[in-house]
Design a protein. Structure first.
Lengths: 191, 244
């Protein structure tokens, strides 16, 4: 501890000695004031001129360039954005037109098909009717023919039966009358 | 020699004696460090503006940051009218900053720790601002000493105070920078001296202080350059935009 204190005291004493020797702060010694002022003005003037005339315009130029570049890029981006929006609108319009066209074509073709179907249906129905009529006529003709045939066959069968049973030949006209009489009674069931 | 904390501020001649009209203008260590600081600024700006890249590299970015920092400081405090003085404020800020920072290097000399240097800069600013004020506003510039909205009874007193405060601007501006730099460097030297004198046993505490103080002094070096520049801007603002 003693050593510590004595060291501080010694150093303080030395400082005091040098203070005395140099009359305190070197800053207050006017020997080199003029020199410092002269060199300060000289150095600072050179520094100022080279900064003001050379470096600051360069930095400013570069900063402006960057700002302009960013502005230009943003402008470009906006322009492209507008363009793409325009294109999108165009595309939407085309799509809408196409949709309308599709609906129109759909309706038209549907109408045409409906008409066609209707026409074909009508002609087919007419043909079917014709065919039915024809068939009905044929059927009725056949029926009529078949009735007279049946009568003849019945007369033959009757005369044959009577001949076989009695051995006599009957009057043809009376057989015919009897067959006609019976067939008239029963014909209604089949016609 | 090493134990005298004021030794670091002494100025001595380097090279031959230069005498013009009986005045000693010899090149000294102070002059040498002025030249070194200015050279570092110019080299830094040269490297910072060598390549004009849209996407800047590190040194270009730092140069541009200094530019925008000072530009913002001026436009914030003195408005757009101060634009013509931008190169001066920029040079002043850079010079003070680099002198302070170069002074932080061991065995170097701190130019701004000399009252004559800071006083010349402050006086130049004071005289220039006064000239600008009178050139812009004529005798109306004297209204800077008469604040508006002060009761008539107090007006003579306030005016005297305003005049004194205006005239003390160069003194406060120069002494602030000089005293800060000198005090900081003296303190560093004193603690450095303690490290040596207390040796291995007791030197660790002052060494820690020394390290902490070095950090503080770097902050002070920047801060004082900033304060010097911003006060110049404020004085300029008073001269350009007369509203009190």
């Amino acid at each position: 501890m003693n050593r510590f204190l004595s060291l501080i005291l010694a150093s303080l004493a030395m400082q005091n000695n040098s203070f005395a020797a140099e009359a305190g702060m070197p800053q207050l010694d006017p020997t080199y004031w003029a020199s410092q002022a002269f060199w300060l003005i000289l150095v600072f003037t050179i520094l100022y001129i080279s900064i003001a005339k050379f470096y600051l315009p360069k930095i400013k130029n570069n900063l402006d360039n960057r700002e302009n570049r960013i502005k230009d890029d943003l402008d470009d981006a906006n322009k492209f954005n507008e363009l793409s929006e325009l294109k999108l609108k165009e595309y939407e319009k085309i799509m809408e037109d196409a949709k309308k066209k599709v609906i129109k074509i759909h309706v038209e073709s549907k109408d045409a098909l409906d008409k066609d179907i209707q026409n074909k249906k009508e002609t087919i129905e007419k043909e079917i009717e014709k065919e039915i009529l024809k068939a009905q006529k044929e059927i009725s003709d056949l029926k009529k023919n078949s009735i007279s045939d049946i009568q003849k066959i019945s007369e033959n069968i009757t005369s044959n039966i009577i001949e076989t049973i009695s051995g006599d030949k009957l009057n043809e006209s009376s057989i015919k009358a009897a067959v006609e009489d019976i067939s008239k009674k029963n014909l209604g069931k089949y016609l | 020699m090493a134990s005298n904390p004021m030794q670091q501020f002494s100025v001595h001649k380097i090279g031959p004696e230069i005498k013009i009209a009986g005045i000693d203008l010899s090149f000294t260590n102070a002059s040498l460090f002025m030249v070194i600081s200015a050279s570092i600024i110019l080299l830094f700006l040269f490297l910072g503006t060598k390549e004009k890249k849209i996407v800047p590299d590190k040194i270009q970015l730092i140069a541009e940051m200094f530019y925008t920092f000072v530009a913002k400081m001026i436009s914030d405090t003195a408005g757009s009218k101060a634009k013509p003085y931008f190169p001066f404020i920029f040079s002043l800020f850079m010079f003070v900053l680099f002198c302070n920072m170069v002074g932080m290097l061991p065995y170097s000399f701190t130019v701004t720790s000399h009252i004559i240097v800071t006083l010349i800069m402050a006086l130049f600013i004071f005289i220039a601002v006064t000239i600008i004020g009178f050139a812009k506003h004529g005798f109306k510039y004297l209204s800077i000493f008469v604040p508006t909205g002060v009761p008539a009874v107090l007006l003579p007193l306030i005016t005297v105070i305003e005049i004194i405060s205006y005239l003390s601007r160069p003194v406060s501006l120069s002494v602030r920078l000089f005293a800060n730099m000198m005090a900081g460097h003296t303190m560093l030297k004193v603690f450095g001296g303690f490290v040596i004198s207390l040796g291995l046993l007791g030197g660790w505490l002052p060494l820690g202080f020394s390290v902490a103080l070095t950090g503080l002094e770097i902050l002070v070096a920047f801060l004082q350059a900033y304060v010097f520049a911003i006060l110049t801007c404020i004085y300029l603002n008073d001269a350009l935009n007369l509203h009190h």
